[in-house]
Design a protein around this ligand. Structure first.
Ligand SMILES: Cc1ncc(COP(=O)(O)O)c(C=O)c1O
Length: 441
């Protein structure tokens, strides 16, 4: 890993953002990674030493022992090793800031971009590192030329902040915001595909879909949605904020126009790491929100430097790629999906309720209905009632789990990550039963 790169022999004082294009275009045979400073070798793992559940939580996260943390979906949670690695880069940076920013950073960003591209199945020149999904989505939406009467399409399950962005952009340009409603319970993926096939009008300027919606998590059939859009020559933007680290993401299997994901959520990198994939034919349209030194020097160069900030979260992506490579996608995803399924079954049985979407559409998050008698004490079942229950679970039991009001019913949205174990969901089940009005305390 710590091989001296061909480029490391250059004078990096003259290394410009435009050189990034070259580094991303080199074939695997031509490319050599940059040298890593002493002490900054990327941590590696051994599959046998990793045990998921509470041991994983103790060994590899910073989560407080006392908290039952079932809300990874909100703000993620780092793997201890990724944060420590980013912090090492931060300290290294400050030992000689010029060396790091002027001479070393860009080749390292190119290297981590190449490894991430390989991991998610795309060409490195089609991939940009971004600070978060919000910035990436804003970049696409602001780059798409819109005129009066043009249409932007999305579904009711689209992330709230993204809906605000789409509405605002349409309002600015006199364009039409077209939102189609998804009602629950969902029978299967065909409900979504039929709805989109029927309602997506030719000539639409952009169609936006979540890969896994935040409030009502389920796996959207993104490959089929991409095909529907591309058959109509409509650019598709997929918001996969929750996808990297919770699905086996292989972009070459469906090649959407735009795909965005966070690395700081299910992929457990430090906050401030995300990516955006842009299909080759769309790249000339997409310009950065932040104009800096790389402007007009090529697609990747325009985005690689967004002014002085902490770039260490990007460099920590290496650690998670090593982790996944060693442990294996199959083992990681099976643990999360099996645990989520068992947890849903447990809660449904304990509360005698049901789930919002069928099992086959669920990944590492699930929505389980709370016992209806919990709502009897409430005047209305709405956002603030849900929030009140969520806060009670936190304050009374130190359980962190989001409560959602959907179509007049209350649900918990559980997350299942590698550090979770089934007894945590049992604790949630009991805590909720304890809150019921007729519960004998
Ligand atoms: C579906 C979806 N899109 C976008 C975002 C925004 O992500 P970030 O805050 O990292 O930009 C989130 C955050 O949870 C999300 O769930």
């Amino acid at each position: 890993m710590a091989k001296t790169a061909k480029l490391a022999k250059r004078d990096f004082g003259s290394f410009h953002a435009s050189n990034v294009q070259e580094l991303l275009n080199l074939s695997e045979e031509e490319y050599e990674p940059p040298a890593f400073p002493d002490g900054l070798e990327i941590p590696s793992f051994t599959a046998e030493s990793i045990e998921f559940g509470s041991k994983f939580r103790d060994d590899h996260t910073l989560l407080e022992k006392s908290c039952t943390f079932l809300n990874h979906g909100a703000f993620g949670g780092v793997l201890k090793e990724t944060l420590e690695y980013a912090q090492k880069w931060q300290r290294y940076t400050e030992r000689q800031p010029l060396r790091f920013f002027d001479r070393e950073l860009l080749p390292h960003l190119a290297y981590v971009t190449r490894r991430l591209a390989n991991f998610i199945g795309c060409h490195p020149k089609d991939l940009l590192l971004m600070n978060n999904a919000t910035t990436a989505i804003n970049t696409v939406v602001h780059s798409i030329p819109l005129e009066k009467g043009d249409v932007i399409y999305c579904l009711s399950v689209t992330y709230g902040a993204v809906k605000k962005l789409l509405k605002w952009r349409c309002q600015q340009k006199g364009a039409i915001y077209h939102e189609e409603n998804i009602s629950f319970p969902l029978a299967g993926p065909n409900c979504i595909l039929d709805l989109v096939t029927k309602t997506l009008k030719p000539g639409t300027k952009l169609a936006v879909f979540d890969h896994i919606p935040s409030n009502t998590p389920f796996l959207l059939p993104v490959a089929e949605l991409t095909k529907i859009c591309q058959d109509r020559n409509i650019p598709i933007l997929i918001d996969g904020a929750h996808a990297l680290g919770s699905v086996n993401l292989q972009l070459d299997l469906f090649s959407p126009d735009f795909y965005v994901s966070n690395c700081h959520k299910w992929f457990c990198c430090p906050k401030g790491s995300a990516f955006m994939y842009v299909k080759e034919g769309r790249q000339s349209q997409i310009r950065p929100l932040i104009v800096s030194h790389g402007f007009d020097s090529g697609f990747n160069s325009e985005f690689i430097w967004t002014g002085l900030h902490d770039y260490s979260p990007f460099l920590a992506i290496h650690v998670m790629i090593n982790f996944w490579d060693v442990i294996g996608k199959e083992r990681i995803l099976s643990y999360m999906y099996d645990l989520r399924r068992k947890a849903c079954e447990l809660l449904v049985n304990e509360w005698n309720t049901g789930m919002l979407v069928p099992e086959k559409l669920q990944g590492s998050m699930g929505l389980v209905q709370l016992p209806p008698s919990l709502s009897q004490t409430l005047d209305v079942v709405d956002y603030s009632a849900a929030e009140q229950i969520q806060n009670t679970l936190y304050h009374k039991f130190n359980i962190e789990v989001p409560v959602k009001a959907i179509q007049g019913k209350l649900f918990v949205r559980i997350s299942a990550h590698l550090y979770n174990s089934i007894d945590e969901y049992s604790k949630l089940a009991k805590a909720v039963l304890d809150l019921l009005p007729n519960c004998k305390k």
